[in-house]
Design a protein around this ligand. Structure first.
Ligand SMILES: NC(=O)c1ccc[n+]([C@@H]2O[C@H](COP(=O)([O-])OP(=O)(O)OC[C@H]3O[C@@H](n4cnc5c(N)ncnc54)[C@H](O)[C@@H]3O)[C@@H](O)[C@H]2O)c1
Ligand SMILES: O=C(O)C(=O)C[C@@H](O)[C@H](O)[C@H](O)COP(=O)(O)O
Ligand SMILES: [Zn+2]
Length: 361
């Protein structure tokens, strides 16, 4: 599948996800449901030098006034200082309520730019042009926007839905290998949490996907976007089943926070987190050990880590988990599984079991 593929995320905040090779170089034809004349294009120091000029020129030729805001690349920029800098750019360009933010980058740019859009004048439109695999399969879809603070991951944020998501798989050719692997962690997550058939397909296509073979890659992106669209449409504000998309994230976010957002990247931390969640599921609910081993093997095929780094203290990670957004007055809640493709929410889990799940075998 290399032709244009369109997925509708339905509901009150409906929008289209368009997956089309070359799409970011043809934005002058894009028909977005936005009122804007003024656009703020937000990107980062890795992506902007490669892609911003083309995108900006395309948008200008479509009749928009485009200002550019570039943040330092990396998770450590998904913070209050960068948020303020985007807001200052909106003020400097005199952005009205009918302005629109266009996020050109990975999940860091998308989450930050989306949050700025949620806050500016209490909410303006935004469009996602994801450039990392992770952003294409996960962060650009679903309207979770936000930033990190030292106490924890994504602790400041808002649900604010994009008006359009335009995915151009061709831009993945410049994505560094480590970031490519990070994206595959979230791809594997979809199979692990809800689609055993997709998981098996990933096992069979691992080499093609590692090489970013175009047909397999486009299929994987479309499958992930479709799964996320279905879940988000059913539960946009995470009152129920959307929490399944958090498989591996309670552990993963704790790792990221413990490393002050400067160690493992999000995909790597989630990869380890999924293995911990599978271990927890085994010891508490008798989930099959073979399924955890399949998960670990598949992650390893994509050069992803599966074990908590030895220097991280599990007790400190547990402390970070107290601020997990799924926790409530009854304590922590985890996404566990009964095997590949069968995730569910579990509550009332004892600290000792969480600590045990983080131990090396
Ligand atoms: N909102 C959500 O639903 C959601 C979902 C998953 C992850 N996230 C968030 O997304 C973030 C991770 O996203 P990410 O993995 O994209 O990280 P990222 O945005 O830091 O991008 C990874 C790296 O790749 C570079 N890059 C991106 N596209 C490139 C390209 N085409 N060519 C060359 N370099 C490129 C970036 O500059 C960066 O250095 C985390 O903050 C995570 O919390 C959010
Ligand atoms: O879209 C969702 O819902 C997700 O949980 C997707 C996750 O991959 C993503 O990392 C998300 O940002 C985590 O959200 P949080 O609510 O745990 O901060
Ligand atoms: Zn994630």
């Amino acid at each position: 599948m290399t032709a244009t593929h369109r997925i509708r995320v339905g509901g009150v905040h409906a929008y289209d996800i368009v997956i089309a090779p070359g799409a970011h170089a043809q934005l002058s034809d894009a028909q977005w449901p936005i009122k804007a004349k003024q656009l703020l294009l937000v990107s980062d120091t890795n992506v902007a030098p490669i892609y911003a000029a083309t995108v900006q020129a395309q948008l200008q030729s479509a009749g928009y006034e485009v200002s550019l805001h570039v943040i330092e690349a990396g998770e450590q920029s998904k913070n209050l200082a960068s948020f303020e800098s985007v807001i200052q750019s909106l003020a400097a360009m005199g952005a009205r309520r009918d302005a629109c933010i266009v996020a050109l980058g990975g999940g860091v740019v998308g989450d930050l730019a989306g949050f700025a859009a949620a806050c500016w004048m209490r909410g303006i439109h935004f469009v996602q042009l994801p450039t990392s695999l992770l952003a294409m399969v996960d962060s650009s879809v679903g309207g979770k926007t936000g930033i990190d603070i030292p106490a924890g991951k994504n602790l400041l944020g808002a649900f604010h839905f994009p008006r359009a998501v335009v995915i151009d798989p061709e831009v993945l050719t410049t994505l560094p290998l480590r970031e490519r692997a990070a994206g595959f962690a979230e791809v594997i997550k979809y199979g692990a949490l809800g689609d055993a058939g997709f998981f098996t397909w990933l096992e069979s296509q691992a080499s093609a996907l590692c090489a970013l073979e175009p047909i397999a890659t486009a299929r994987a992106i479309a499958a992930c976007c479709q799964m996320k669209a279905d879940i988000v449409e059913a539960d946009p504000f995470e009152r129920g089943k959307r929490a399944l998309l958090n498989f591996g994230h309670t552990f993963g976010h704790a790792i990221e926070a413990a490393q002050a957002f400067g160690g493992l990247n999000h995909g790597e931390a989630v990869a380890i987190g999924m293995c911990c969640a599978a271990k927890l599921s085994e010891s508490l609910f008798g989930a099959p050990v073979q399924d955890r081993q399949r998960l670990e093997r598949l992650l390893a095929q994509f050069a992803l880590p599966t074990r908590i780094p030895a220097e991280l203290d599990p007790a400190k990670l547990l402390a970070h988990m107290r601020l997990d957004k799924k926790a409530d007055r009854n304590g922590l809640r985890f996404i566990v599984w009964d095997g590949i493709g069968q995730a569910r929410i579990a509550e009332g889990i004892a600290d000792a079991d969480v600590l045990e799940a983080m131990k090396a075998d």
